[in-house]
Write a protein that binds this ligand. Structure first.
Ligand code: ATP
Length: 141
């Protein structure tokens, strides 16, 4: 099967660039599976797990939302933030989760921006989930 070129970039760096067999992305309207020769499209991504299949292997990245474009020659993901599993700092994500939870519980008294805390909570949960799922896959092997 011919591969698809996948580029995942943020404002800061090139996170991933390789030929892959399939991409499953957290699309705005649900999981979006992309195989070679997919129709060109542009869509919004939600915070979630982006899965890449390549040569029988599967790798995951945590994505904090962004855009995905299917071009005739490649798939381009412009992410707000993206980390490969091995880059995820679980302690940092856990600390971010706790902080966001606390902010949400104090929201009424302190007038903290609830949407911002919700978004931070979502990002931390995605990072924790991606790290945990990768760990589970590893122990299954
Ligand atoms: P924090 O409060 O810990 O900074 P955040 O969700 O506010 O988390 P972002 O603004 O989404 O962080 O990301 C800022 C930068 O830090 C990005 O480059 C992102 O990839 C990186 N980053 C954030 N959290 C983690 C983490 N747990 N592990 C690895 N990289 C992270």
């Amino acid at each position: 099967m011919p591969g698809i070129r996948l580029d995942i970039v943020t404002a800061e760096r090139m996170v991933y660039a390789d030929d892959v067999d399939m991409v499953v992305a957290p699309g705005y309207e649900g999981q979006l599976g992309i195989l070679p020769h997919h129709t060109p499209l542009m869509t919004t991504l939600l915070p979630g797990e982006l899965r890449i299949k390549k040569g029988g292997e599967e790798v995951s990245l945590a994505i904090s939302g962004g855009f995905l474009e299917v071009r005739p020659d490649r798939v381009v993901v412009l992410a707000d933030a993206a980390e490969r599993v091995d880059e995820i700092d679980v302690e940092r994500a856990e600390a971010a989760r706790k902080r966001a939870k606390e902010r949400l519980s104090q929201q009424r008294e302190l007038g903290i921006d609830g949407a911002r805390a919700e978004a931070a909570l979502r990002r931390s949960l995605v990072r924790l989930r991606v790290a945990e799922m990768a760990q589970r896959r590893k122990t299954k092997r």
